[in-house]
Design a protein around this ligand. Sequence first.
Ligand SMILES: CC(C)(COP(=O)(O)OP(=O)(O)OC[C@H]1O[C@@H](n2cnc3c(N)ncnc32)[C@H](O)[C@@H]1OP(=O)(O)O)[C@@H](O)C(=O)NCCC(=O)NCCS
Length: 143
Amino acid sequence: MKKDDYLSLVELWSGFPGTTMTGADSREGFESFLEMNGEYCFSVLLNNRIVGSVMAGHDTRRGYIYHLAVDESLQGKGTGAALMSAAENALRNAGIEKAHLFIYSDNTAIRFYEKTGWHTRHDIEVMSKVLIGEKYLGTRTED
Ligand SMILES: CC(C)(COP(=O)(O)OP(=O)(O)OC[C@H]1O[C@@H](n2cnc3c(N)ncnc32)[C@H](O)[C@@H]1OP(=O)(O)O)[C@@H](O)C(=O)NCCC(=O)NCCS
């Protein structure tokens, strides 16, 4: 994934209701994530168009997965699984033992993750606190 991919990636992500865009998805936020985690982030290019993405990173303890997306016209051909393998391998090579991701409970992509070896935790609640701004918590537009 490259900084120049930004606008094409925003277009890809915007097409999916299950993918929330937040302040972290500003160009500045995107570039700063790539500076820290670029080796764990991958874009898929087909005929000069970005058709897939995954952004992964870690804080030296755990890995995190964001913005897994595959253009609708290409879904069901193994691209999502290949993207996840690339991100997981990169994290594994950095010595990260476990990774987490957040997904809305009604997103059918949960089935995809289950097929690729992820499991839902029932012993953990996600707790959040807004640190900048006065946004409400827990709505689709402000995760
Ligand atoms: C989730 C997503 C990335 C999967 O990409 P993909 O390229 O279609 O996935 P793959 O073709 O690699 O699928 C791998 C396996 O998961 C299955 N699968 C994929 N999406 C599925 C779904 N929504 N429901 C059930 N199974 C699914 C595939 O059938 C395949 O199974 P198989 O190995 O038995 O054939 C894609 O559906 C997507 O972009 N969704 C919208 C964005 C999104 O919600 N992302 C997650 C945000 S957290």
